[in-house]
Design a protein around this ligand. Structure first.
Ligand code: ZN
Length: 462
């Protein structure tokens, strides 16, 4: 007897390139009309429910009825910044006057990582968690993941909102979830071999670490059950194409990436073309400014992304400064009409370094380093100050294959410096360091070491 594949979705629905074609391909005029409708409702809600926004709007002399166009929204609603929220939460824990719902509506508490500062508390209502998870589903679907796939989370269940929302999204799609929890790297690999999941969720660097440990165990992960890997938490396969190649080769899988901001939303799933992320315009409203002047910039220019979320009823975020530098495009060959950020996030406003008059973006340097033979994935960018100038020094560990030959380390360093000079028109010092000497991270790899005097730093920890 022929076996029957039971599925609640018809084969036509499963083959669609879109999770929700109507929203993902909505014409711009319709999208903008929907944004205006939602933003006006959100401004009214924030004004009525959040003492923080009421105070802010009153100070600015703004009434919700003043917002009649998207331009009004961008120009009149004051920008907000993480530092304000942290300050108010510290004064009046846990959420201060930024909370817009009664405490008993909060079903999930999360926090930013706060590795160098005070973490920001992030309250979610039940509905917030559903909406926050939705952006992941668009990304999963676009990559080819379908109901029937099963997810393995190589992630200790801490307070990091990113992977919690990845989990909410996997449930939303109707997939089986397997939690690796607090296992060590070897334990994760053994669990994957035993339980045979088809999707791996991890930070991109942890996916590579697992591949390296597996190789030491004599396991070829490219032959494992994993068919897709999906990443968040740090620049991954979209921002760094060389990393995509490494992950896809090591795992024999398709790699995807989602751009999120813990306190705001998992808002930008990767484009299936692999060269950028699409802003989920059902969840957020996005526009960009020149971070120095605060003025709106044109499409194609690099600027700071300003976000407003429709998915944070507990702690609304309106015209929120993300400090992420992006280059926005309004069209994409994949057919989605949602705004696209080419190459995902290009750098951070607080980590923007001007070396002798030239702006140097973190991911630009990282992409070049990835191409240099002999330079491993373990590297960091060190910022110092000399006279009136920022100085960036690249420190890297040589690859295992040349670990015993210091002359080759120096050759790799010269090669890297040359490539950076040619592509970015700046001379950076590139120094090899002992293999294994740079720190390793499980969750977010810290690439930047800012040693500039305090007054030259604009670091806002995320
Ligand atoms: Zn696209």
């Amino acid at each position: 007897m022929a076996s029957v594949q039971l599925s609640v979705l018809g084969s036509k629905a499963r083959e669609s390139r879109f999770w929700n074609q109507a929203s993902e391909t909505m014409p711009r005029a319709k999208l903008d009309a929907l944004h205006l409708h939602r933003l006006r409702a959100l401004v009214q809600y924030a004004y009525d429910s959040s003492p923080f926004y009421r105070g802010k709007f009153d100070t600015a002399g703004l009434k919700p009825a003043d917002i009649r166009s998207l331009e009004d929204f961008r120009r009149k609603v004051p920008l907000t910044d993480k530092s304000e929220f942290i300050h108010l939460q510290k004064e009046q824990p846990p959420y201060g006057p930024t909370l817009a719902l009664p405490q008993e509506f909060i079903t999930h508490h999360s926090e930013t990582s706060g590795t160098t500062g005070i973490p920001l508390g992030i309250p979610f209502s039940m509905l917030d968690t559903v909406r926050y998870g939705e952006s992941w589903v668009y990304g999963y679907w676009g990559l080819g993941i379908r109901p029937g796939d099963s997810f393995y989370f190589a992630f200790g269940w801490g307070n990091f909102a990113g992977f919690w929302s990845a989990y909410w999204g996997a449930r939303r799609l109707g997939c089986r979830v397997i939690s690796g929890g607090g296992l060590d790297t070897k334990g994760h690999i053994e669990a994957i071999l035993r339980l045979k999941p088809t999707v791996l969720i991890s930070t991109p660097t942890f996916a590579l670490r697992m591949a390296s440990v597996a190789a030491d165990m004599g396991v070829d992960l490219a032959k494992s059950s994993i068919r897709f890997t999906y990443h968040a938490g740090e620049p991954g396969p979209t921002a760094l194409p060389a990393m995509r190649n490494q992950i896809e080769r090591a795992w024999g899988a398709k790699a995807g990436e989602l751009l999120g901001i813990a306190e705001l939303s998992a808002f930008a799933p990767g484009c299936p073309n692999g060269d950028g992320v699409h802003v989920d315009e059902m969840s957020v409203y996005s526009w960009q400014i020149d971070p120095a002047t605060g003025k709106e910039i044109a499409e194609g220019e690099i600027g700071e992304n300003i976000l407003t979320s429709y998915a944070n009823s507990a702690q609304p975020l309106l015209n929120y400064r993300t400090h992420d530098l992006v280059r926005r495009r309004s069209t994409c060959s994949c057919g989605r009409t949602w705004a696209k950020f080419e190459g995902s996030v290009l750098g951070r406003t607080d980590f923007m370094v001007t070396v002798r008059g030239t702006n140097v973006y973190q991911t630009a340097v990282e992409n070049l380093l990835a191409e240099v033979p002999g330079v491993s994935m373990h590297y960091e960018l060190v910022f110092t100050r000399e006279g009136d100038n920022d100085v960036m020094t690249v420190r890297f560990e040589p690859e295992k294959t040349i670990a015993g030959d210091r002359a080759l380390w120096e050759e790799a360093a010269r090669d890297a410096a040359e490539r950076i000079h040619k592509a970015l028109h700046v001379r950076l010092e590139v120094k090899p360091v002992e293999p294994g000497s740079l720190p390793r991270y499980e969750l977010k790899t810290k690439r930047i070491v800012d040693q500039r005097p305090k007054e030259f730093r604009r670091t806002l920890d995320r």
